[in-house]
Ligand binder design. Structure first.
Ligand SMILES: [Zn+2]
Length: 197
């Protein structure tokens, strides 16, 4: 009689197929640089408005518009949950090994700190966002997906997010320009609205 060990039900071929299907769908909905080139920045800025004290939110802040933007951005993202899946995702998306390893270190730094901040931050996983121009996919950027946990205060969240955003610099990789821009945005908000808390 043999004892059979039940391996985790992960079939690499199946997983590759699932992930390449996610990539195919995201590419079909890639953000159009000509008409949606600023969308990520607009979305990031608008998301940030949520963390201002409500009396300081602009009168025209519109939650539905933000949700519509988020839905559009998510369409262009192939998203996975775990680091091993992210590795496959980058390979299937065609990134070369050197770039993929660098991105893995970068996003992993963000994710590790986000995991330590689980009281304030929900870590959703990893993704690649695609961009197109004249109907052709022309670029793609890896990212970590997270947001504020229900019940966390904006003050706590902004402080913890700064650490998450700054993680690549702290853990042997390098912040991106967007990381630094977002850190500055959060620092400004903390200083302007929360400095006497
Ligand atoms: Zn980053």
């Amino acid at each position: 009689m043999h004892e059979y060990i039940q391996f985790p039900p992960i079939d690499l071929e199946v997983e590759r197929k699932v992930i390449s299907e996610k990539i195919r769908t995201a590419k079909q909905h890639a953000l159009d640089l000509e008409i949606e080139g600023d969308l990520i920045e607009q979305y990031t800025d608008m998301t940030h408005v949520q963390y201002l004290p409500s009396e300081n939110q602009p009168a025209d802040f519109n939650k539905e518009k933000l949700e519509a933007m988020e839905a559009r951005v998510l369409q262009a993202i192939a998203q996975v949950k775990t680091l091993p899946e992210f590795r496959i995702l980058m390979k299937e998306a065609g990134f070369n090994d050197k770039f993929a390893m660098d991105m893995l270190a970068h996003e992993n730094a963000h994710a590790n700190v986000a995991e330590q901040k689980s009281d304030t931050i929900d870590l959703h996983g990893y993704g690649i966002i695609f961009f197109q121009e004249h109907g052709q996919v022309v670029s793609a950027t890896p990212l970590v997906l997270n947001d504020k946990k229900d019940g966390a205060t904006s003050f706590q969240y902004l402080q913890d997010e700064i650490e998450v955003l700054n993680a690549p610099n702290e853990y042997g990789n390098k912040n991106s320009e967007d990381d630094d821009r977002e850190i500055q945005m959060r620092r400004d908000t903390l200083e302007k609205y929360y400095s006497n808390k």
